[in-house]
Design a protein around this ligand. Sequence first.
Ligand code: DON
Length: 307
Amino acid sequence: MKTPIPDYLQLVLNYCSQDNPGETAQYIPELADADPDRCALVLSTVDGEVYGVGDTDVEFSMQSISKAFVYALALEEHGIDYVVSRVGVEPSGEAFNELSLEHDTRRPLNPMINAGAITMHTMVGPPGISPEERFERILSGMSAFAGRDLSVDEAVYESEIETAYRNLAIANMLRNYRVIEDRPLDVVRGYVRQCAIKVTTRDLALMAATLANSGVQPITGEQVIGPDNVRQTLSVMMSCGMYDGAGDWMSTVGFPAKSGVGGGLIGALPGQVGIATFSPRLDKHGSSLRGVRMCKRLSDDMGLHIM
Ligand code: DON
């Protein structure tokens, strides 16, 4: 990893970590115990120059950041029209784990909230695929975005599945309305496993840079997904990626983003750069508090707001 602009990135990191607000995700025991003071900031340009400071190589679970990439993989497999017929693209204005569906169509409102993401998980792979095969497809797709073989944090998986009552409720609701056809327990296991995939902040910056680079991984050169599907994924990240904090994020930071309760946060500026931050202290929306601060500071300093 190169560091020609470390002083500036270090300054941003220090500036955003002066106090200690927010706490680790309390509803997943293994995440509750994470070191709250880890912090990292990494940028990857679309031609694969990577700049980072802080705990850039510490691994943590992707959690909801996985939703953006699984959405991209489902789009690649089924096309935009079919995917949108199953899960909408409207911001819900609600918490990420709300038990909600569109009233008239019974579709989940968008693929970034849990109801949409659990549905989207079932859309990777052809109908009838086994849960194990589906997960392998997801893991290899994520690995292609990262440009290295990723694996699962089994402790995080076990810890979340043990208490996944709410996601099971969501999956049962989805099965009741036949939004999903698979067994709710299998689907939740697969979805929770997808959320437990381990990444570093550097991996996330490259994954975000792949989106910023029209779907071409900057280092391996692989076209992981097509440009139309990148546009669709980034559009949904822009309107729904920060849940009930999406409007505030869009007006103050202003680029497509996705957060996860593991403390990761990604942003993508098409044609320019992928941004990733890590700090497990969360705000009330379940997004990394210092991550949001760091992105705001970068956006202010470098004029990254897309407007
Ligand atoms: O399903 C859940 O509750 C977690 N596996 C993921 C939630 C999450 O990351 C929300 N995002 N900030």
